[in-house]
Design a protein around this ligand. Sequence first.
Ligand code: DER
Length: 256
Amino acid sequence: KLVETSKRLAAFQAVKDYLLPEYTRIGIGSGSTVVYVVEAISELGSAVTSKMAFYPTGSQSEELIEAAGLNLQYISKLPAGQQLDVAFDGADEVDDDLNLIKGGGACLWQEKIVAASAKQFVCVADFRKLSTRLGMAWKKGIPIEVLPMAAPRVLGELQRMGSQNPRIRPGLPGKAGAIVTDNGMWIIDAPFPPLLLPKDIEAGSQTGNSTAGVWTVDALADALIKIPGVAEIGLFYGKNGLQLASGAQKPVAAYF
Ligand code: DER
């Protein structure tokens, strides 16, 4: 109950602060928290929302937009060079620098595309997601979307990089075999020790290295995305702080 209340309060505050009535293109993430974002948007009333188009990040997000009677539009129809005004999405963990682990709901690839297409990306998460270093609260590992035929190669590389027991995410009851994403891919969850931030390196903490498995967010993200067979990674991070420029995958704000 407390968690749901926290999600709802965070969602309503985020929409109040970041969804301006003049906006016309809004990205909607996936998961259970974003349900409250859509509820808050619906409460603005059709006089406001009828002028807006809502861009989903997967099948659940699409159903959410449709069920709320909001205008559904697709990022595949957004002309090159144009951006969404704002995108809202959940997270599995948020660190001190607003880097995120995402992918708990196996929707990370389209979520990252939509987040990176928005001028502003706003994260909405309940208090359980508030952390200081990625990996301290979310223990299941970094979700990585992979081409199924490359999964064993990727698992081997992750082990070499120091991930403890990376594993292919199994299907839920009713689905024998691995989870299959909206994009026909598999998810590998790769646990690593808590990811360091620039301030840790400045303070003299050990640098990210491939033997001890201790990495900085940026170094690990750069290494993961290069593994052949990896489609996208569930690390949302920005190299230059909270940029509002396009391609910013780190949120400008997080609401808990
Ligand atoms: O899969 C995802 O990235 C979701 O956004 C997830 O990280 C948050 O899901 P929740 O709001 O149900 O916790």
